[in-house]
Design a protein. Sequence first.
Lengths: 272, 293
Amino acid sequence: MDTVLGTRVRPEVLPRSVSEGEVILRVQGLRVWYGSTPALRGVSLDIPERRITAVIGPSGCGKSTLVRAINRMNELIPTVRTEGRVLFRGQDLYGPGVDPVEVRVRIGMVFQKPNPFPKSIYENVAFGLRLHRRCGRRELDERVERALRQAALWDEVKDVLHRKNGLELSGGQQQRLCIARALAVEPEVLLLDEPCSALDPTATARIEALMEDLTRDYTLVIVTHNMQQAARVSDFTGFILGGELVEFAPTQQLFTTPRDRRTEEYITGRFG
Amino acid sequence: MTAAAVEAGWRRRLERRELAARLFVVACQVATLLGLLFVAILLVDVAQNAAPYLRRELVTNFPSRFPHQAGYASALVGTVYVAGLMSLVSFPLGVLAAVYLEEYAGPGPLTRLMEVTIANLAAVPSVLYGLLGLGLFVEGLRLGKSILAGALTLALLVLPLTILFSREAIRAVPFSFREAAYALGATRWQVVRHHVLPYAAPGILTGTILSLARAVGETAPLIMLGALQYVPFLPRGVLDYFTVLPIQVFNYVSLPNPEFRRLAAAGILLLLAVLLALNATAIGLRRRSQIRW
């Protein structure tokens, strides 16, 4: 038995070694239905490690469904049905014997609306750690500080860690707190589902700068309906329309020389 | 039409709209004051009747043939015993059932059936619960006309209420908190334990105390059960005979000596005091432990 983040993992279930170059996540023929309504109609794409991959598309196209399928959050909704494969370092996350709890430890998530717990800042960040491992007071303090520093929030909150409720922070601070909370459990991939759509431009800029820094240690997948944001921050971009992946390419290429007419129409603002 | 005529017509309609708005407020105020008025009349009337009996002996004396020596000691203690024991049963059962229905049971015909059944049970007349308790606990389990039988019967009576209140409180916890916890790799139990229950706790406690208040005022099911009307001793255990405040009041009212009616009025005030204390506790708990989001 190997230990990853305090959770016991059978090495043959989730191999940690990368054998397939720099691809960390390989989505293959992913189909998702809400009841009888299809949301994704067979999406395949490869997500490279330690890069920022953006997913763009008009509202309701299935881009959130795609990232929520990657860490198996969709199945919290009772009527959802999923088909296809999501390979994480070569291992199918939907395969038999894979525990969604373990998937979510290794693939973290930040949501559209900042959703800190109604607890102190410290407790917000420590929550994930406490779930998975027993660690002493000092180690916990260190990890909380490290996560808050990574999320560029430490200097603003270090004096009120225990006194201030997460919900008393500003919107942008709340979202960085949610990022720190997700980073504290040291995932390998961080999914960001429209993380800036509830924030003002200043807070958005801070989060974008932060994302750049995070690629040193993490693979990021960001859903956004803001095309400028995708162009600014990401290395690769996928365009989704009506539940299908229309085009997936290096960001530069997708925005300057799109191959599909629908991509061109979308990025030039002719619909969506 | 001239501009002036249009203007005048608009003004007339505006006045009519504002009159309607004022009338509505007055109607609301009258409705509120009417409720308060009736409570005030009731309280004044009861208090006038009860005045000579509002003394220490009211809660220290046992029932007696002589109104001036009679009191509510056994009834008050019986009420506390029955209500306390009932809470021990109905609170955990109600909260666990609510957690199951909200967090674990998926959607489906079976869940729907359970929901409808519980909602209907909450509306069943309390006399029927008395019959059920008589058959199930007094006769079936041979508990006799005991505190335990009374408490279990009332527990059945308030269980649907406790479940409904707890479900409301659990449902009021935003889904985004659950989502955040799941995304950090929490198991369902950890989500319930660390988020759903703590955030729903004030609502659950308030609901529990309100159902407790309902049980404390119940008379019919305990009469069906055969709770005694003359208990000149304090209960020594949960299998002892008992009486409760509303039954004692009911008993005193039905006696021929008019003095007992005054004693009954005093008993009503005592019961009201118990209920007000419970409700105040509920409000206090809600104030103190409220988590805002």
